[in-house]
Design a protein around this ligand. Structure first.
Ligand code: CA
Length: 223
């Protein structure tokens, strides 16, 4: 999952970034509202964490700009503690959730997971799709029918989670790479193929089908 972290407090973003990466997010950090507006429009993020007090352009204006342009990205705003009016203004501008500073990274991550699960049939507990179960906390996959459990590397986890949140849909290599790697990582579609084949070897060949010239489908086409 691609995450845009917009925060001008570099101490805070420097502390959050590794925690978010450990939680399976490919993270881009920007510290300026103008750059945030641009990145949010040009990169296909899955979720954004947006500070409100920013140089360049206030966070609320950035958010309004995205919504006016029809960008539906889930946005969690970071507000000053107890500033209820910031929360109200944030929701009016199109925020999906908020967190008052200071906060624990674990709460931020739990809220982000919840935001990403919206619209998924089973919003709590491990993700379950196509006979496979993914525990996002331990980053392990299980086949409940056989009781087998599989450890996943960071990239395997990010890739499998993206597949499981979009079952039955044709996902191109470009799209997968865009959601699994951050902005600064070189995206090599051959490398992506290697990871897909590793997932197939671990979890079963039939789980991810190849659509020649189009991409990959996880699970069945009916979802
Ligand atoms: Ca700030």
């Amino acid at each position: 999952m691609r995450l845009l972290l917009v925060e001008d407090d570099t101490l805070l973003s420097g502390r959050l970034r590794p925690e978010l990466e450990r939680a399976g997010f490919a993270v881009d950090v920007v510290a300026d509202g103008v750059e945030a507006a641009f990145m949010g429009e040009s990169e296909p993020y899955d979720v954004a964490v947006l500070d409100l007090g920013l140089p360049g352009r206030p966070g609320l204006e950035v958010l309004r700009g995205w919504r006016t342009a029809g960008n539906p990205i889930p946005v969690l705003i970071l507000t000053a503690r107890d500033a209820w009016h910031e929360k109200v203004d944030g929701f009016k501008a199109g925020a999906d959730d908020y967190l008052g500073k200071p906060f624990h990274a674990a709460e931020l991550i739990a809220r982000l997971h919840a935001l990403l699960r919206r619209g998924v049939a089973r919003p709590h507990g491990p993700l379950r799709v196509a006979g496979l179960e993914l525990d996002e906390d331990t980053q392990t996959a299980r086949i409940p029918a056989t009781g087998e459990a599989f450890e996943l590397t960071g990239t395997e986890f990010r890739l499998l989670r993206y597949f499981m949140l979009h079952p039955g849909r044709v996902l191109s290599k470009t799209r997968l790479a865009e959601h699994v790697y951050d902005f600064d990582t070189e995206r090599d579609s051959n490398v992506l193929e290697v990871y897909i084949n590793r997932l197939r070897r671990k979890l079963g060949r039939d789980l991810i089908a190849t659509r020649r010239g189009q991409g990959y489908v996880f699970g069945t086409e009916d979802g």
